[in-house]
Write a protein that binds this ligand. Sequence first.
Ligand SMILES: [Fe+2]
Length: 309
Amino acid sequence: MKRIDQKIIDQTLELIKSQEREGAGNERIKTIVNRLLNDLFNAMADLDITSEEMWKACDWLTQTGKNNEYGLVYAGLGIEKFMDDMMDWEDEQVGIHNKTPRTIEGPLYVAGSPESTSYAELETEAEPDGERLYMSGVVRDENGNPIPGAKVEVWHCNLKGLYSHFDSSQPEFNLRRAINVAEDGKYEFKSFVPVGYACPPNGSTDTLMKLLGRHGARPAHIHFFVTAPGYRKLTTQINIEGDPLTFDDFAFATRPELVPHIERIPAEDAPKYGKDEAFAKIDFDFNMVHEVTDAAPGENHRTRATVEA
Ligand SMILES: [Fe+2]
């Protein structure tokens, strides 16, 4: 089929733009929306996208909003990954090396986790079938020195692959804690080895992934925000070594530097580590970078779930 005349596309774009009033509204939004409409209309023409398909898309977008799944769609389509790529590139341009790389936050953080100093136990509700995990390390600056006063926020899913708050069957803040490190910069937490999970079955993301011939599953991982006054916020994750999906993550979050070795300590050796049972052990240091004015900030202000104290 012959492509629609470019003149019709351009005239329509001009007509839309003609309604904008000088000095009113937001120039940045005008620029972005006009550019996206331009790209969309040209794609509609190039690919002969039908009105039937456009209204299907509209229905899907509506449902995605109702399901509160846009955060997941950003992850699954690689948009969140690309935002990381852009920030990494900006960092490189100004000579910043993130020894601990950033990776996606995902949509399941909840602000206001219980705080403690140096050590935390993540299970509000015991997970009796879980494999005991102790993860520890030091929060360090660019020179390897500990950063007293840093905060390590950690969150992961339960053995059903579900996160507290979003899964109302779990107690609030189950598997979510905030650890303030002392002078030595050390943190440690006790939990269990989490499992991988998939997007909600038959939800908008799952539907889209199936239409793309893709799976919607993530390998087992643990999320972190690491913050300290004067340093850029570090948003990252670690993967559980050995998960078959480690390098086949539907959210593209895996980075080789974020797959620490997991060591299995048998019960008879546990006392050497001051523990009283067999456990999986992960050692991982978080390396932070001082705040700089000419690079991408570590923080963004997306809307996040929160629980009133
Ligand atoms: Fe996650």
